[in-house]
Design a protein around this ligand. Structure first.
Ligand code: DP6
Length: 335
């Protein structure tokens, strides 16, 4: 009863910001993301009759297993025979990237449990499980552009593959700060839903953005995809400025990054920005422009503040040999 899986992280172009149901992780709005190749999690799950409790190792270090037990139980309720499990995860999200890894983590965990439990749920159903670990993990089940349909129940709030994004698309992460965020996305979104008078407008506007961006993706209209993404991100951050008390994830260097994006656009480079529950700025650009953009930005940011990625693929299962390889790579680099 062994399962191993790899899932990549994703960046939302149309954001998920607010829950309708906290326990089931049902979102207020549908969202849409791009899966990234450069950042992923590999996870191995083994159900073992000799274990007295669940065990969890992250990057080879033993961890408190309670959140993993809760997640394993979502699957155990469907299993005839249940055992405790040993869960090992390797995060290939460079610590310096300052990116949250909960999306790739729960998508990989769901994928590995799916095999180890021999339940073999299909990808859409699996996304409903990943969702209950962390909302954004719903979308990491698929590669390329992915929509998380908000749905009306736990069964219908799921991910759908939209497009493989193989049309000259890339992302550059500008790392502003690698420190743990002061306000988690979970509590930030809850506070916003409860107190921001801008929130209902966000819900309404986000609906329109999603329709428009899907149309633009369909017609491969890069500029429109970028413009909608940037506007959607700004509107999400505006809901936080309207919360009571107000809060913001912007730091001085986030603003600096924004100014650089405007400058790059004036130079004629199609590049657009988005930000999540942290100060790092993510740029959507043409993959073929990535080197030029990084060069332009190197006058303002250091080389290790700029990390680029191409679109990533869907969650997939790994063989034991691939896991061994992954383990060796991890140890070599000690990420
Ligand atoms: C700003 O998925 O981290 O990145 O569901 O509470 O685990 P929980 O939140 P999480 O929120 C992500 C918020 C976001 C936007 C997005 O990824 O859509």
């Amino acid at each position: 009863m062994l399962g191993i899986a790899r899932a990549h992280t994703n960046i939302a172009l149309i954001k998920y910001w607010g829950k309708k149901d906290k326990d089931l992780f049902l979102p207020m709005t549908s969202s849409l993301s791009l899966t990234l190749d450069a950042f992923y999690t590999d996870t191995k799950v083994q159900f073992d009759p000799s274990l007295q409790q669940d065990e969890f190792y992250l990057n080879l270090i033993p961890q408190e297993a309670t959140p993993i037990t809760r997640f394993l139980n979502l699957f155990r309720q469907y299993m005839d025979k249940t055992y405790y499990a040993r869960v090992e995860s390797l995060n290939f999200v460079p610590t310096g990237a300052g990116l949250a890894s909960s999306a790739s983590a729960f998508a990989a965990l769901a994928g590995a449990i799916n095999v180890a439990s021999q339940l073999h749920f299909d990808a859409e159903t699996l996304s409903t499980f990943a969702r209950q670990g962390s909302g954004s993990a719903t979308r990491s089940i698929y590669g390329g552009f992915v929509e998380w349909e908000k749905g009306t129940s736990s069964q219908t709030s799921l991910a759908k593959h939209i497009d493989n994004a193989e049309w000259d698309i890339g992302m550059i992460i500008i790392v502003v700060n690698t420190k743990e965020k002061t306000i988690s996305s979970r509590s930030g979104m809850e506070h916003t839903v409860k107190t921001s008078p801008f929130y209902p407008a966000w819900v309404e506007s986000s609906k329109q953005d999603l329709i428009a961006i899907k149309k633009a993706i369909h017609t491969k209209n890069f500029q429109t995809v970028g413009e909608i993404m940037e506007w959607n991100s700004m509107k999400m951050h505006a809901t936080m400025l309207g919360a009571n008390p107000p809060f913001s994830y912007f730091e001085p260097e986030s603003i600096l990054a924004h100014q650089q994006v405007y400058r790059l656009r004036q130079l004629g480079l199609p590049v657009y920005m988005t930000m999540d529950a942290g100060p790092n700025v993510k740029l959507l650009c043409r993959a073929s422009d990535m080197d030029t953009i990084k060069k332009e930005l190197s006058s303002v940011f250091s080389k290790n503040q700029l990390i680029s990625s191409l679109p990533g693929k869907a969650m997939r299962t790994l063989t034991e040999k691939e896991w061994e390889h992954s383990l060796n790579t991890f140890k070599e680099h000690q990420l």
